[in-house]
Design a protein. Structure first.
Length: 137
């Protein structure tokens, strides 16, 4: 239990909470427990900090803004990603049909799977995944 005039030594602000709001709450509790005379010694910056209610109010305002921005950015990212699954395919429309035709064309049997795939900018594994095994071997 902290008493008036005690110092709380921490290795960094992150040990006081997982968010800016939690850290500010911990500092407010320190201030209350120490009857306004406590201080925090931050070993990461070697600073000694005294609680100031006006500065704390400003910090809470900034923390709320930061939390809100994080929430908005996360929501926007989720919305942008909601219609996607995986990477966009390289083959669309006529290119897809041409690749499928080449993959199955018996006249191209003299070419390796990798050579046929390379013509379309893909790997042999991708061609196999898209079109299955090549006919004739």
């Amino acid at each position: 239990m902290l008493r008036a005039g005690d110092s709380l030594v921490v290795v960094g602000p992150e040990v006081l909470g997982r968010s800016a709001q939690e850290i500010l709450q911990a500092l407010a509790e320190l201030h209350e427990l120490s009857h306004g005379e406590g201080q925090v010694i931050d070993l990461s910056t070697r600073q000694t900090l005294r609680y100031n209610s006006e500065a704390a109010a400003m910090a809470r305002f900034v923390a709320r803004g930061a939390d809100r921005l994080l929430h908005l950015r996360t929501a926007a990212g989720r919305k942008a990603a909601s219609g996607r699954s995986g990477r966009k395919g390289k083959l669309l429309g006529a290119a897809w049909e041409e690749a499928a035709r080449d993959w199955r064309d018996p006249e191209l049997r003299n070419l390796s799977n990798g050579e046929v795939a390379e013509r379309h900018g893909l790997s042999a594994m991708s061609m196999y995944r898209y079109f299955g095994p090549r006919s004739g071997g």
